[in-house]
Design a protein around this ligand. Structure first.
Ligand code: C6P
Length: 408
């Protein structure tokens, strides 16, 4: 079974924003890698929360607080099931991927010693580079890099050579946000474990397309952002194996993360609360589960298969444009196309496309090392979701041709 055109038309009705116009044209939203749009059931969940049971959680005996607490903890279980984590307390609800990575990197400051090695990939978003650089500055650990190839894949020979007894943690994205490359994370995890290193997978760009099984992968940490999976902004997920989350110290101190506080000594709460200091984004956590439910109702296999059709079609159509070069040509890609046309600046193309109602991202995509590798200032990035259509791709390609004519 595959998603039909009729299915997509029905799905599109769930997204109020897809009905709007931009600059007098129907919106064509191809910036899904930056953030996904929000379906009505998720919007309804948010309205329901603030209309009916808005309260602080884990600290009130009153009905509203208990209702909100129950929904929040149910949401954690929905997330746990989605990722197939062994325990609900291995799911920490964070403010996003960036927060989740910083939480882990900060924790490793108490584990790493001078001369230990940490390995990053050349395909990372800045969120999965900078926190580790800060960590290395703090600890004297050495940051090593898995280089990329011309096609935008990881150089696995170089990766294999980096497997040393000094290696303590590898951090790599499941999918590159700038190129769409799907990285061989199972291989990376298996090899890293052979030398006793932990692995953090940045799943921010994978989770909109792939349903990861953290136990099957044997990932030590897997992180993502709710706003890329039909949920709200400002919420994310950190999956961590119980043994790691137990070993890591808390990231932030405050309410909710404690067991006993005295001026002499404070003891910490157990998992997951040890890592959830302060009032969390309660509504956001609950709406994250609603986003996952929405996508699971469609089915991730169906979503991935349909998006691959869009990717194939858009790639073929875009390559008919003279001078267009696609960056990221790995066989295993999500529905992301990063490109430039001749020497036209990506920003100029993005500006004209916007005038025609089409949203794409332009620039370095928070992945400057990738742009440096290709010696370019940035790219135009079109990223598709299951609610996009071939007709939208046709309008996009025709509009791009117009833009190129105007700018050449
Ligand atoms: N990438 C993009 O347009 P936050 O901002 O914390 O929700 O996610 C950060 C992040 C981390 N890793 C990867 C692989 C990502 O793609 C992102 C966010 C967006 O590509 C916004 S910069």
């Amino acid at each position: 079974m595959a998603l039909t055109n009729q299915d997509i038309l029905e799905i599109r009705k769930d997204f109020p924003i897809l009905q709007r116009q931009v600059n007098g044209k129907p919106l064509i939203y191809f910036d899904n890698a930056a953030t996904s749009q929000t379906p009505q059931p998720v919007i309804d969940t948010i309205v329901d929360y603030y209309s009916n049971y808005n309260a602080n959680i884990h600290r009130g005996v009153h009905t509203l607080s208990q209702e909100a607490t129950d929904k929040y903890e149910e949401a954690r279980i929905t997330v746990q099931k989605h990722f197939n984590a062994a325990q609900p307390y291995e799911i920490i609800l964070t403010a996003g991927t960036t927060h989740a990575i910083n939480l882990v990197a900060n924790g490793f400051a108490s584990i790493l010693k001078k001369g230990d090695e940490v390995l990053v990939s050349a395909l990372e978003h800045h969120s999965n580079i900078v926190p580790w650089q800060i960590l290395c500055e703090k600890t004297g650990a050495i940051l090593k890099v898995i280089p990329q190839t011309e096609s935008g894949e990881l150089d696995l020979e170089a990766f294999n050579k980096a497997m040393t007894p000094d290696l303590k943690i590898v951090f790599v994205n499941h999918v590159s946000n700038a190129l769409g490359t799907v990285n061989p994370i199972q291989y990376i995890i298996d090899q890293a474990h052979k030398v006793g290193a932990a692995v953090l997978i940045d799943g921010a760009q994978a989770t909109p397309h792939i349903k990861p099984d953290v136990q099957a992968l044997d990932a030590d940490f897997y992180v993502c952002s709710a706003h890329k999976i039909c949920g709200p902004t400002g919420v994310g997920v950190l999956y961590g194996k119980e043994e790691w989350l137990t070993k890591l110290p808390p990231y932030q101190g405050g309410g909710e993360m404690i067991d006993q506080v005295t001026f002499k000594k404070t003891t910490y709460a157990g998992l997951p609360h040890k890592f959830e200091a302060g009032t969390p984004n309660i509504c956001g956590g609950i709406a994250t589960a609603a986003g996952l439910d929405y996508m699971n109702n469609i089915g991730f296999d169906m979503i991935a298969a349909y998006e691959q059709q869009l990717l194939k079609y858009a790639t073929k159509e875009l390559l008919t444009i003279e001078g267009l070069k696609i960056y990221g040509t790995s066989k295993d890609k999500t529905a992301v196309i990063s490109f430039n046309v001749g020497s036209i600046h990506p920003y100029d193309i993005g500006t004209i496309l916007d005038k025609l109602g089409i949203a794409v991202r332009t620039g370095h995509h928070c992945a400057q090392p990738i742009m440096d590798f290709y010696k370019i200032p940035g790219t135009v990035r079109a990223s598709f979701s299951f609610y996009n259509t071939k007709e939208e791709i046709d309008i996009f390609v025709a509009s791009l041709k117009r833009a190129v004519m105007m700018l050449s």
